[in-house]
Design a protein around this ligand. Structure first.
Ligand code: ADE
Ligand code: ZN
Ligand code: ZN
Length: 235
């Protein structure tokens, strides 16, 4: 996701944090919000010192496979990245500085885990090489889902988070069940529909958002609800 998508995830998660997690997260983030911290993972990409975290933002899988059966990236991926962040946050010997870094990464990566094109094919770099147009402007399938649809909506992250569908306690609990790997596989089912939703070099317009923005919104909402669950479990 672009900055807006990540901030929506952070803002939604904030609402579902419980007392202990809320306090500890606030302390580690030096009073900043989850929405504010959510974009850190992309901000450090321009600094070579953080190159080794690049592959944590995505995982690639062929359509007919799941995370368990697919070939793993030895440099790490979304799943190993998230598991590393969780382990550091649970490590009693880790410093607050190290915990703060991995907390910011975790907030970011839980968002990416729910962006269908971050669970895409390796051969087109998660849709980055699927060339398209968005209202006659050059773009690609990855970017349409990261930001083009969201920016076209022209709403602040707080409004986008606020307008999320009201869910019952039971629905929230159901969404919070499962493992990181289950959630990657669930996103991957949507990924296949996203690939099937475009023709090569298509010029996408209102109709595309009309058909797919509901998926963007629900993925952002689910990501926020699950991020809160992961943090509530850790703290
Ligand atoms: N960004 C850069 N490379 C990528 C890939 N292979 N999959 C998803 N996102 C990416
Ligand atoms: Zn992206
Ligand atoms: Zn990212």
């Amino acid at each position: 996701w672009g900055a807006t998508g990540h901030r929506v995830v952070g803002e939604i998660a904030q609402k579902y944090l419980k007392g202990k997690a809320k306090r500890e997260v606030k302390r580690l983030l030096k009073q900043h919000s989850l929405a504010f911290a959510s974009t850190y993972g992309d901000e450090i990409k321009s600094d070579k010192a953080y190159n080794k975290y690049y592959t944590w933002h995505y995982v690639n899988m062929p359509f007919d496979q799941s995370y368990e059966t697919s070939e793993k990236n030895p440099e790490g991926d979304l799943v190993t990245g998230i598991e590393t962040c969780k382990a550091v946050l649970l490590d009693k010997t880790a410093t607050d500085e190290d915990k703060a870094f991995h907390l910011k990464m975790l907030i970011h990566l839980m968002g990416d885990l729910h962006q269908p094109m971050h669970v895409g094919l390796a051969e087109d770099k998660g849709g980055n090489d699927v060339k398209l147009q968005w209202f006659y402007k050059d773009t690609n399938l990855h970017r349409v889902w990261d930001s083009d649809m969201i920016e076209e909506y022209n709403m602040g992250y707080d409004e986008l988070a606020d307008n999320a569908d009201a869910l019952t306690k039971k629905q929230i609990k159901a969404l919070q069940e499962g493992t990181i790997v289950d959630w990657v596989n669930e996103t991957h089912d949507i990924t296949k529909e996203v690939y099937a939703s475009v023709e090569p070099n298509e010029n996408l317009r209102y109709r595309y958002s009309y058909n797919h923005f509901k998926t963007v919104r629900s993925q952002l909402q689910i990501a926020g609800i699950r991020l809160a669950k992961v943090l509530n479990d850790i703290f």
